[in-house]
Design a protein around this ligand. Structure first.
Ligand code: PEP
Ligand code: MN
Length: 336
């Protein structure tokens, strides 16, 4: 059960509500976010909702049978849109495009990428400064100095930044230079990281774990919401299957399933999802058709020279073509 509290609820009123919930055999968790205050009741017993409905301080009560509650669509049927400011919104019914290199490499690369994005109407740039790499000898990113350099250029151009945070200690130093914290596939179930991201007032995009189920992704989002941050986005980035012909298997199914289960925006990452440059475009377009609220993909001025993931990275011509096709596909979808 989710109880939405009135904004002006007093602590005495809240105490009465909590006692009532306990008396019907439910445990309560109080959640306060940027947008509201909630009491999440955990329990299975049947009860008469009118017993609670009469109490002062309650704005609304919802029964939520799912085990994840706050991210469930069972209580919030309308879709959540994440406003990044300056007219950049994810989940408003348009397809949000987030593009950029796998890794931030140097000032020139950032300049060229921003120029490409601005020319093509893209408002969100992706890039890693803390890189999770399978090999410890691979390029692991420019770190916080790289982020600051990137931020200075992005801010001047009106571009928002999405970048991966790998550990709790990085949150504070990154905070002022980030618009969306990305939780990578290797960290989807790093519950300490999720808890801490629940304390910041910045959007968080959680990628599906490498072998993670849809339900596990929803639970990860529930962690962040329950810790106080409801600016959440989910990302299908491909899962590991027995298939070896592609890097991962982008689970198109997950897009409509997630959109049915949660009110949060759902983004797809075709670059990591298939891992093959020539096939990023068809997979991206399929994800748009499947209802994705956004597409995040890798692009670089010279993919063959990229510090990481060049094999799945589009050059700017390919990226331009993809942007045009995604915009057209999204318009077409609206006519159905
Ligand atoms: C990335 O987006 O650069 C990345 C490392 O993605 P993932 O966590 O999905 O592997
Ligand atoms: Mn990458």
């Amino acid at each position: 059960m989710i109880i939405q509290l009135q904004t002006n609820v007093s602590s005495t009123e809240k105490g009465v509500i909590v006692d009532k919930i306990k008396s019907i055999g439910y445990k309560t968790n109080e959640v306060v976010t940027q947008h509201g205050a909630y009491l999440v009741g955990i329990g299975k017993k049947e009860f008469d909702i009118r017993e609670l409905g009469q109490l002062k301080g309650i704005a609304d009560i919802h029964r939520v049978s799912d085990d994840y509650k706050l991210v469930s669509r069972k209580w919030k049927v309308g879709r959540t849109a994440i406003d990044l400011g300056d007219g950049v919104v994810i989940g408003d019914g348009n397809v949000s495009i987030m593009a950029g290199p796998c890794s931030i490499e140097n000032e020139k690369q950032v300049e060229l990428t921003i120029d490409h994005l601005v020319k093509n109407g893209v408002r969100i740039m992706r890039g890693g400064v803390f890189k999770p790499r399978s090999s410890p000898y691979a390029f692991r990113g420019l770190g916080i100095d790289g982020l600051k350099m990137w931020y200075a250029q992005a801010k001047a151009a009106g571009i928002k930044i999405i970048t991966e945070v790998m550990q709790v200690s990085q949150i504070a130093e990154m905070h002022d230079y980030v618009d969306v914290f990305q939780v990578g596939a290797r960290n989807t179930q790093n519950f300490n990281l999720l808890d801490e991201l629940g304390k910041v007032d910045k959007a968080v995009m959680i990628k599906r774990g490498i072998s993670g189920t849809i339900e596990e992704l929803l639970y990860s989002a529930e962690y962040v919401f329950a810790a106080g941050n409801e600016k959440l986005i989910l990302c299908e980035r491909g899962i590991r299957t027995y298939e070896k012909a592609s890097r991962n298997t982008l689970d198109i199914n997950a897009i409509p399933i997630l959109k049915e289960k949660t009110h949060l925006p759902v983004v797809a990452d075709p670059s990591h999802g298939i891992g093959i440059r020539d096939f990023v475009e068809p997979v991206a377009l399929a994800a748009v058709m499947a209802g994705a609220d956004g597409i995040i993909y890798e692009t670089h001025q010279k993919p063959e020279e990229a510090a990481s993931d060049g094999q799945q990275t589009l050059d700017f011509l390919e990226s331009k073509a993809l942007i045009e096709k995604m915009n057209k596909t999204s318009q077409l979808l609206k006519t159905f």
